[in-house]
Design a protein around this ligand. Structure first.
Ligand code: SF4
Length: 697
């Protein structure tokens, strides 16, 4: 086995070395992998056949991870900007020079503007513990501005917790026991591909699969029943389902009586949510809604599977809060294979001591300023912010592609009084705006522990090869920066193994390392709420939530149209824009700059995203396949080619998300998207975006 802390042990050997690791990408599957290393070079990467979830398969992008690791376009030395911000013009510098300059700038910003003028911004580019968490020890020690909420994932949990009192939910592998699986707003076959065999096995054993999605995805293609509501109308559909279930007496009377709070209020509340009313809002047929409700209420065990996508709306919290009411109404939690399956990251969180990892105690009695992560564009351009952000540190994310309202964000990045450091593997759209770019290792080059949110296996990742060029891990960069700043707090310099050991107090690290993974605890009978007890204030599933009322939100599940869809806005911008993940060869914005992956996705060397619309809409605008169109709203404008599709509904268009801006002329999908905050949970309403589509002249 390769050494944990001395990757030189795995280099320079004559005979091939086999090294186990875990995929780090922002993907629920967290596949186990096996790297073959010859003479210090990774020559093969394949799925670990012993991994209980991924079972030996990776995916079309990570099958090429070695190419990506050794790509000519890797950043392998520190770089200093020599051209205008965004130009991509840099010169090589040494690590010593880079660290001295960064430390000097950081100290100057803190002395001049206070520590709150410094903003660390990280993402799930590598969702391992050290990569994501250890850097915050330094930022806690400095007392800089912190961010709350998340571009992805926070709202789904916050929504469910308002009904169930917890983010914990059903392990998706329990779908093997289901007889009805409703996949709601998730493209399982693409974005959670290793769960699909479980769903197929359930179908072979007699389960039916229903997919509800505003896009006819490749998962919808495989469904026994596909329901395609208009974007953002799902809560109306759920309320009508409740109406039918209660009207027809199909609720689980005994379970509702014993384990829920507020049934009578809910019953009165949904009385006028007739299928007819919801059908008009959702663009569905009445009998479609009635049949869905009846099938859900009369099939046992019945599971709903969802992940993150539906949270990206102004009322994203309400979507998940309302969805969580459905299993309670029909008593689905009674059954093995029944309930609501979402991210299982909350189960994994139970074994991670995040305080030991990030050390908030290093703040002492300081209380850092807290801002909303999803409002980065506003944060960097808001002249009223005191102090303004003058130093920005970015790792594990590419906000110029992933953050909404990109064109406003661009203005922030262009500020000459903003010192920006980006720790990255490639010269991303974001890195092009940095003053200093630092080379980052890939998962093949660094040790870590990688949690999963699609299954219950916590994976060890062994460093398979020495760092490429002068790359270092996120953790090591923050150790070096702490040293350059002259800090002496021992916690800032702890080695990887010590940090991992303290962060996983109930896990035997040696055993984890030797066995490559460990399954985190989960109820043995497969039923997370088999006893009907929920950690809410009432101990019950709360159809009525006083906690929500206290937040100024409706206490009962409530449908509201997005503010962005106001009639005057719909007149100006008549199309609802979706920006889905639909590329098999991209993972968020990773891989999308690599020509092989671009060609595979685009089908030509031309590259770049495209606008999908249905034939009827294209014809009405005198457009055709391949025509150039301008897609615009008050936030931005993007010029693209049309692709005619039958996967959308009239009035709905889509731009696949993930392409970098330098892959084509013009902005990115997020140049158009809304950066409005969600109702609660600190997420973002990307999918509430309206646009105008017109022929490009
Ligand atoms: S990106 Fe997802 S599916 Fe692909 S190898 Fe990584 S964890 Fe597995």
């Amino acid at each position: 086995m390769a050494s944990i802390l001395d990757s030189a042990d795995t280099t320079g050997r004559d005979s091939p070395t086999i090294v186990h690791g875990t995929c780090h990408h922002d993907c629920p599957d967290s596949c186990g992998w096996i790297a073959t290393v010859e003479n210090g070079v990774a020559v093969k990467l394949r799925g670990d056949p012993d991994h209980p979830f991924s079972k030996g398969e990776l995916c079309p992008k990570v099958n090429h991870f070695i190419d990506r690791t050794y790509s000519d376009s890797r950043v392998t030395t520190p770089l200093r900007r020599i051209g205008p911000k965004g130009s991509g013009e840099f010169e090589q510098i040494s690590w010593a020079t880079a660290l001295a300059e960064i430390a000097s700038q950081l100290q100057s910003v803190i002395e001049t503007h206070r520590a709150e003028a410094v903003l660390p911004f990280s993402g799930a580019g590598n969702q391992s513990l050290l990569a994501m968490g250890f850097p915050y020890r330094l930022w806690n020690a400095l007392g800089v501005t912190r961010l709350q909420g998340s571009l992805c994932g926070a709202v789904a949990g916050a929504g469910v917790a308002m009904t169930n009192g917890t983010k914990l939910a059903l392990d998706p592998e329990e779908l093997a026991h289901s007889k009805l699986i409703i996949i709601w707003g998730s493209n399982t076959r693409l974005t959670n591909r290793h769960l699909w065999p479980t769903i197929e096995a359930a179908r072979t054993a007699g389960a039916r699969i229903i997919v509800i999605d505003p896009i006819r995805t490749i998962t919808a293609d495989e469904a026994d029943r596909f329901i395609q509501p208009l974007p953002g109308t799902d809560v109306a559909l759920m309320l009508a389902m409740m109406h039918v279930i209660i009207r027809d007496g199909l609720q689980d009377h005994e379970w509702v009586e014993a384990h829920t709070l507020g049934f009578d209020e809910l019953s009165a509340h949904v009385a006028d949510w007739t299928p007819s009313r919801a059908a008009t809002i959702c663009g569905l047929a009445e009998d479609e809604i009635v049949a869905l409700a009846r099938e859900y209420a009369t099939t046992r065990p019945a599971a709903i599977r969802t992940l993150i996508g539906a949270e990206h709306r102004e009322h994203g919290g309400m979507f998940f809060r309302t969805l969580a009411c459905l299993p309670a109404l029909v008593g689905a939690w009674r059954d093995r294979g029944g309930g609501l399956a979402r991210s299982v990251g909350s189960w994994t969180d139970l074994v991670i001591n995040h305080d030991a990892l990030t050390r908030p105690d290093l703040l002492g009695n300081r209380e850092p300023r807290v801002l909303d992560e999803v409002r980065l564009a506003d944060i960097l351009t808001n002249s009223g912010l005191r102090p303004s952000v003058h130093a920005l540190f970015i790792w594990g994310t590419n906000p110029m592609v992933s953050v909404p309202n990109t064109e406003l964000l661009r203005k922030g990045f262009e500020r000459t009084d903003l010192f920006t450091v980006v720790h990255e593997q490639f010269l991303t759209d974001t890195a092009r705006y940095a003053d200093i770019v630092l080379p980052a290792t890939t998962q093949l080059e660094s040790v870590d522990v990688t949690p999963a949110w699609g299954h219950l296996n916590l994976g060890w990742n062994e460093a398979a090869i020495a760092p490429v060029g002068e790359s270092i891990s996120n953790a090591e960069f923050h150790r070096r920066l702490a040293r350059a700043l002259g800090l002496i707090e021992p916690a800032l310099f702890e080695d990887d193994l010590t940090v991992l050991t303290s962060s996983l107090p109930s896990i035997d690290i040696d055993q984890l390392r030797a066995e490559h993974r460990v399954r985190v605890p989960y109820p043995e009978d497969g039923r997370p709420f088999g006893d009907g007890v929920f950690p809410t204030a009432s101990g019950r599933v709360e159809f009525v939530s006083e906690e929500l009322r206290a937040l100024g939100q409706p206490a009962l599940p409530t449908y509201e149209a997005p503010t962005e869809y106001a009639p005057e806005q719909l007149k100006r911008f008549p199309f609802r824009l979706l920006t889905p993940k639909q590329h098999a060869r991209f993972l968020n914005s990773s891989y999308s700059h690599l020509p092989k992956h671009q060609r595979a996705e685009h089908g030509s060397d031309e590259g770049g995203p495209y606008l999908e619309m249905v034939a009827a809409d294209a014809t009405a605008l005198d457009l055709f396949e391949g025509a150039m169109v301008k897609v615009s709203n008050d936030r931005g404008e993007v010029t693209l080619r049309v692709r005619v599709t039958e996967r959308l509904r009239r009035g709905v268009v889509a731009i696949p998300w993930g392409w970098w801006g330098d892959s084509h002329e013009g902005g990115v999908a997020n140049s158009l998207t809304s950066d409005r905050l969600t109702d609660w949970g600190g997420g973002v309403a990307y999918s509430d975006t309206l646009v105008l589509v017109s022929p490009a002249l």
